[in-house]
Unconditional design. Structure first.
Length: 196
């Protein structure tokens, strides 16, 4: 089934480059070849999102591009809360860009629930993900990074869309999704071993 992101891309083409529709519809359209298998569908959705961002940056298509302000950042969840994420470029540290993704999207895991003045999901902060060691600690019989991959990349239900808002990949925008996926697919290396 065609992804909503590629549906947005086709709508964008209709406005920005209608002559391109016959070229892209066999791949990205509702009956396109992209939807033959899940891995291909994911890659096609990434392409559609990127092309929509380039062609229709004003957000004239349904669903937006995923570049909206993060609603689940540490500061959005609790303004002024300290950032406990340990990111840098050394051994045993999270890569800086991964720390930025976590700060922008995973605020519920980093703030004290007793200080919040709005409703937070019941899952609030159950998974420690502030340090590289946290990602490699066991959680439910597997390293934490594997559980994060299932929830954020495969199932697209973290961050929760009902609380954080819809972007292109659940609540993640394209660049955050791709970078986080690549890092997790590499077994969540520390900053000294992370080659992007």
């Amino acid at each position: 089934m065609q992804s909503p992101t590629c549906s947005d891309y086709m709508a964008c083409l209709a406005v920005a480059l209608p002559d391109q529709i016959p070229i892209d519809a066999p791949r990205y359209g509702p009956q396109g070849s992209c939807w033959a298998e899940p891995a291909m569908a994911t890659e096609c959705t990434i392409v559609c999102a990127s092309r929509t961002e380039s062609l229709c940056p004003s957000g004239d298509t349904a669903g937006g591009t995923g570049n909206e302000e993060p609603l689940c950042s540490i500061d959005a969840v609790l303004p002024g809360a300290p950032n406990p994420i340990e990111a840098g470029d050394g051994v045993g540290q999270l890569p800086v860009e991964i720390g930025e993704i976590l700060e922008a999207n995973c605020g519920c895991h980093y703030v004290d629930g007793d200080r919040l003045d709005r409703e937070i999901p019941a899952y609030f902060g159950a998974l420690a993900i502030a340090t590289w060691a946290d990602f490699h600690a066991p959680f439910m019989g597997q390293p934490t990074w594997q559980r994060v991959r299932v929830r954020a990349i495969d199932e697209l239900n973290m961050p929760p869309t009902y609380f954080c808002g819809e972007a292109v990949f659940g609540s993640l925008n394209v660049s955050d999704y791709v970078l986080l996926r690549d890092w997790l697919d590499a077994s969540a290396p520390d900053a000294a071993r992370w080659n992007r």
